[in-house]
Design a protein around this ligand. Structure first.
Ligand code: HEC
Length: 217
């Protein structure tokens, strides 16, 4: 069965809605943000949990996906639309430009934000702005740390997060549908041409369009 890109995204968003509703994330303090250099690699706390990469907003921006749900209950609560903003650490981005693959120590962050109708442009065209952070997902490639090389994390307001178990839906969807090494490079417009040029995107993705199969590269 080929699942369309849109339905994958909507499933991901539905999953996020159930797991993270009502969660608000703490903001990094400004003084910390100014004094500490951007993290180059994943860092772990003494108990093994991943530390929040607080400076991800200074990393390389890959994309924003806008989604809208037609669920009447969500529309009623004003929770039917939002954005997923994706960032990657600069070192991994540079390596990707050279090789078309994700290097060890790659960190990808997906920041979920609520969407709100813009009052001032409520005529034509209509605008939707990005609002509060609703969730923060991190996808880390750390070969020495994780038997599956990659691991998923969901930050819920704390400065550290436990690795999500490999049985979590994150792993199966990303591995089956991600176009390149369990990531959704097919949706990252600056990276897709690189991956195509270097032939690292899944052949199944190229044949089947956006219903991608995993590649082990
Ligand atoms: C039903 C499929 C599906 C599931 C389940 C899913 N995702 Fe994703 N994920 C996506 C899609 C599609 C994108 C690309 C989004 C975009 O382009 O904005 C994505 C992108 C991401 C990214 C950006 C980096 C990358 O890998 O491309 C992260 C981080 C992420 N997801 C984390 C998670 C976590 C954590 C979970 C589990 C709690 C999860 N996802 C579950 C489909 C899924």
């Amino acid at each position: 069965m080929i699942i369309s890109a849109k339905s994958i995204l909507l499933m991901a968003v539905a999953l996020l809605g159930t797991s993270l509703s009502g969660v608000s994330l703490q903001k990094a303090s400004n003084s910390e943000a100014c004094n500490t250099p951007a993290a180059a690699a994943p860092e772990y706390a003494a108990d093994g949990q991943l530390k929040l990469p607080e400076h991800y907003r200074e990393w390389i921006y890959l994309t924003s996906n806008f989604y809208v749900s037609s669920d009447p209950a969500k529309i009623q609560m004003g929770q039917h639309q939002g954005f997923m903003n994706v960032f990657v650490n600069p070192e991994a981005y540079q390596a990707f430009l050279d090789t078309g693959i994700w290097a060890d120590k790659t960190m990808l962050v997906a920041e979920m934000r609520a969407g709100e109708d813009m009052e001032s442009t409520n005529q034509d065209p209509k605008g939707t702005d990005q609002n509060s952070v609703k969730g923060l997902f991190v996808h880390v490639k750390d070969e020495a740390h994780f038997p599956g090389r990659w691991a998923f994390f969901s930050f819920k307001g704390d400065k550290t997060a436990k690795v999500l178990p490999v049985t979590a839906a994150c792993y199966s969807c990303h591995s089956a549908r991600g176009g390149l090494d369990t990531t959704f490079v097919q949706f990252y417009p600056t990276l897709l041409p690189i991956a195509k040029g270097k032939n690292t995107i899944s052949p199944a993705y190229l044949q089947e369009g956006k219903g991608a199969a995993a590649t082990t590269k």
